[in-house]
Design a protein around this ligand. Structure first.
Ligand code: FAD
Length: 508
């Protein structure tokens, strides 16, 4: 490439922005002219923690970078500028603020909420939960409202329900299928979660098909279901899955999957070798990853390739999930549904306290392949490490899900191999943490800044803390509890809804 060839990133979301950071990390901003186009008027922000905005956090606090990030690296940022056309023959893009040539084009256009074609789904009966603007609309709709409904009982639907509750509304969740969070949980786990969510005062209706939304009597709207029952509500938020935002790629003739998404290979290249697609707009082996960590891995792959690392590749991503929703722990690890042929399961059901745990093993019993957890995520980190690192299960694998006291000790951080991935978003291993400590990093804030661990979805914060403490202790160093406690306190305070590890795609 000649000096100052153009690299254009279309999409200034989490993955597009991370890609710009990766290009800088490889020094490509010095040899290339980089442009980033973002349709939203905001600087790149942390969509994963969007709900904090609803809980009162300033939009600025969600921003992913300093004010001078682009200018100080010679990157041109085009905010509020949608790319409307790609001319592959001329190698140009057209945006709302002009036309530019590219040598390499990286599409990071993300996805948008899927809104089913329910008649009447407009205005306050047709809200979605994806951007800061969406949340402003929801907040405005909540003025004078008493009841809100979320259509979709997946992970994101429950998060939206939580947001409506934060706004002081009575909330109903309408789920088409037989149980909540079907992508992550089995039937039994979904049932346990329903009981827990209902105990929080949220009305959950499963197996409900919304036929239409008409004017209400006691409330603004009335949902009419297929079984002719109805529900009056003041606002409706659709959270019925995501749809890849593949439009600029589709219009210029790139290969698109049958259900949408820009088809990419293991190098995240589209059907045009000069165009890459990363994040939620990219379809890899028939899969759209509705999580930030796989998008980051894709971004790292493309930046490495452009920097000349010819063997850089995206080879898939772990979809384990852990979250706490208003105090309810939910976890889903690896092959949670036991889809691997011949796999067997152990199940623990605690009816009294409404907990459910399932441990999935390979057919020959030599590997822990997955788990479902409802009610207590203190089991998560240990089982996750068994799955992730192929650690041989204990003689009686059931101890991994039995109530503590009868069950196995948690796998300590010191038992993890150096190759164990601690932060999936930034691909930080235990070995990298150990190296950072060797190099003088003795407080968590510095460790985070140096390694970037726990600065993505934030899910690994607990594990990072225990690995950090174990590594310090192993070196005979004192753990500064005040710094550690400050760290966890800040997270709890900021995030009323704590998300841990990857959250699964919201296509349910
Ligand atoms: C409420 C919520 C909670 C979530 N929680 C988690 C979680 O806990 N863990 C997790 O891993 N994931 C979570 N996710 C998913 C995560 O946010 C996404 O995986 C991630 O944001 C995907 O990044 P992206 O850059 O591919 O897409 P996006 O973040 O959607 O960014 C794409 C950007 O491209 C812009 N764009 C689109 N078309 C154009 C165009 N033609 N021209 C210019 N710009 C364009 C869009 O406006 C958008 O700003 C959550 C999502 C939501 C909504």
């Amino acid at each position: 490439m000649t000096i100052k060839d153009n690299i254009i990133i279309v999409g200034n979301g989490m993955v597009g922005h991370y890609c710009a950071e990766q290009l800088i990390m490889h020094g490509l901003h010095e040899t290339h002219q980089i442009h980033v186009f973002g349709e939203e008027r905001h600087h790149a922000y942390d969509r994963v923690h969007l709900t904090d905005y609803m809980s009162g956090q300033d939009a600025l606090a969600l921003r992913l970078h300093q004010d001078d990030f682009h200018t100080s690296h010679g990157i041109t940022l085009h905010l509020n500028s949608r790319v409307t056309d790609i001319d592959r023959a001329q190698k140009t893009i057209t945006a709302e603020d002009g036309c530019l040539p590219y040598n390499t084009l990286i599409l990071a256009t993300g996805s948008r909420p899927f809104v089913p074609p329910v008649p009447g789904n407009t205005g306050t009966a047709g809200l979605v939960y994806r951007t800061l603007e969406d949340l402003d609309l929801i907040r405005a709709a909540a003025e004078g409202a008493r009841h809100g409904t979320v259509i979709g009982g997946g992970l994101l639907g429950l998060e939206a329900a939580n947001a409506l509750k934060v706004l002081g509304l009575d909330v109903s969740v309408i789920q088409l299928g037989s149980h909540l969070m079907p992508a992550q949980l089995d039937e039994e786990g979904g049932r346990a979660l329903k009981h827990r969510i209902e105990a929080l005062g949220i009305d959950v209706r499963v197996l409900h098909v919304t036929k239409e939304i008409v004017a209400g009597t006691a409330h603004r709207h009335k949902l009419v279901f297929a079984d002719v029952t109805t529900l009056e509500t003041d606002m409706v938020v659709f959270s019925a899955g995501i749809q890849p935002q593949d439009m600029p790629g589709r219009a210029c003739g790139l290969e698109i999957g049958p259900r949408g998404g820009i088809v990419v290979d293991n190098q995240c290249r589209t059907s045009d070798p000069d165009i890459f697609a990363i994040g939620e707009c990219a379809l890899w082996e028939g899969q759209i990853f509705g999580l930030v960590a796989p998008g980051y891995t894709m971004a790292r792959t493309v930046a490495a390739l452009l920097a000349g690392e010819a063997d850089a590749a995206f080879t898939g991503a772990d979809m384990s999930t852990k979250l706490k929703l208003q105090g309810v722990d939910v976890g889903s690890i690896g092959d949670a549904h036991g889809q691997e042929p011949g796999s067997t399961s152990y199940r623990f059901i605690g009816e009294a306290e409404g907990s459910y745990r399932r441990l999935v093993l390979s057919a020959d019993g030599t590997r822990v392949t997955g788990a479902v957890l409802v009610g207590d995520n203190s089991y998560y980190d240990t089982i996750f490490q068994y799955v992730q690192n192929g650690i041989a299960p204990p003689a009686d694998p059931a101890v991994l899900i039995l109530p503590r006291g009868e069950g196995a000790e948690l796998l300590g951080a010191d038992a993890l191999p150096d190759t164990a991935t601690i932060c999936s978003c930034h691909n930080v291993t235990k070995g990298a943490i150990s190296t950072a400590i060797e190099q003088g990093c003795t407080d968590l804030a510095t460790l985070k800044a140096d390694t970037k661990a726990s600065t993505g979805c934030g899910g690994c914060s607990g594990l990072l803390k225990s690995v950090f403490e174990a590594e310090l202790t192993a070196r005979g160093m004192t753990v500064d509890k005040s710094l550690c406690e400050h760290f966890s306190y800040t997270r709890q305070k900021l995030y009323s809804l704590v998300r841990v590890h990857n959250l699964r795609s919201f296509e349910d």
